[in-house]
Write a protein that binds this ligand. Structure first.
Ligand code: SF4
Length: 373
């Protein structure tokens, strides 16, 4: 399959593994954070971790949109879904995120709330057209990649005069989370960052330059295929060995420095920066998320339904917070694989395939680690 098989070629993978083994210094550790959940998934699914030299340690970052959504935001969605006449629409994974009182959106649906799974925001718009006497609320989540489609839907609703469509907006911003990781009171030791793939197609490589200049941290933007990630790790090893800290782009087939100007303009037109936003594991961060801009405030579900933000602690034994901050690994959680599984998740990191716990569980990373130990 052209454009896929080339990036999964076992022989090339072996060559890259050999190059890494040749170039790492045997007496030092190379600690790289894969910020994006898609990379976490690729590392586990394709066995890339087994091909890395023992000196290279991959640390999961907070780049899974389902994982970083805190309980309080799910509680808000449940609250609005329970209002008479409301249809709440969102992606399947979102429905399974554990919320307060043992509930989730799926649980709320079992109790009678009208919660629907959609595959795109367009499906939610179609619900609004089909049910003109109901209020359709789209629970929007995701980083910069999913924001432009939400913006298009909002503009379409306005153009069509759909007054029964609104958005509960949870779109968050990647560079803000990177700053939070690097500025946390007990920072995790890092030698480099694997920059996100899809997000970078929208925002370009330029927003990462501050991490190279101000934190002296190498950044390599990588695609999602296994050889993409391996090539990016090799590029990071070379930067570390040469004492360089630059933004390099392994994913040149899709990412440039400036990003997608149309998508950025569309986002700026429809959304505005929030002063503060709560992230799971990272706490409240200024200017780290988006709300609907003033021109579209009538389609902001938080305003339309007078929803208030709340802060709700995670399950006391769930380690999602430290995992999202890079301090712990999934197998450090006592609930991992026993009480907490993809079928019965206790924490958000076990819900989506991009979550660190789900990726490790599904692809047996925890078993591989036990065998190695
Ligand atoms: S195993 Fe479950 S409870 Fe533990 S950190 Fe992961 S998601 Fe949270």
């Amino acid at each position: 399959m052209k454009y896929v098989s080339e990036f999964r070629d076992p022989q090339l993978a072996q060559q890259l593994a050999q190059a890494m083994a040749n170039e790492v210094h045997p007496d030092r550790l190379y600690r790289f954070m894969e910020f994006c959940g898609g990379h976490t998934h690729a590392l586990a699914r394709y066995g890339v971790l087994d091909l890395l030299p023992s000196q290279v340690q991959m640390i999961h970052g907070p780049g899974c949109p389902v994982c970083v959504l805190p309980i309080g935001r799910i509680d808000m969605a449940i609250e609005v879904a329970r209002r008479p006449g409301v249809i709440l629409a969102s992606y399947g994974d979102t429905l399974r995120i554990p919320a307060s009182k043992g509930l989730s959106l799926m649980g709320a649906r079992a109790q009678g709330a009208d919660v629907r799974v959609v595959y795109s925001v367009d499906d939610a718009l179609q619900l609004a057209r089909t049910w003109p006497d109901r209020e359709v609320v789209f629970l929007a989540i995701g980083f910069e990649t999913t924001t432009p489609p939400t913006a298009v839907a909002i503009q379409t609703a306005r153009r069509e005069g759909l007054r029964n469509f609104s958005v509960l907006c949870n779109h968050v911003l990647t560079p803000a989370a990177m700053h939070a990781i690097l500025d946390q009171p007990e920072p995790v030791a890092l030698d480099g960052l694997v920059g996100p793939a899809h997000v970078s197609t929208i925002i370009g490589s330029r927003p990462y330059e501050v991490f190279a200049s101000d934190y002296h941290l190498p950044v390599v933007i990588a695609g999602f295929e296994p050889l993409d990630v391996m090539q990016a790790v090799l590029m990071l090893i070379r930067q570390v060995n040469e004492g360089r800290a630059e933004v390099e782009n392994e994913f040149t087939r899709a990412v440039n420095r400036e990003g997608n100007a149309r998508a950025i303009a569309l986002t700026d037109e429809v959304f505005a920066l929030r002063d503060q936003f709560e992230w799971r594991g990272l706490g409240s961060m200024p200017h780290s998320a988006l709300r609907l801009g003033d021109r579209y405030a009538d389609m902001d579900a938080e305003l339309r339904f007078a929803l208030s933000t709340r802060v709700v602690p995670d399950h006391p034994r769930c380690e999602c917070g430290p995992i999202l901050r890079g301090h712990k690994r999934p197998q450090d959680c006592v609930l991992f694989g026993t009480i907490c599984t993809p079928d019965q998740p206790t924490g958000a990191c076990m819900v989506s395939s991009e979550g660190a716990c789900a990726a490790h569980y599904r692809y047996g990373r925890h078993q591989a680690d036990e065998v190695a130990a």
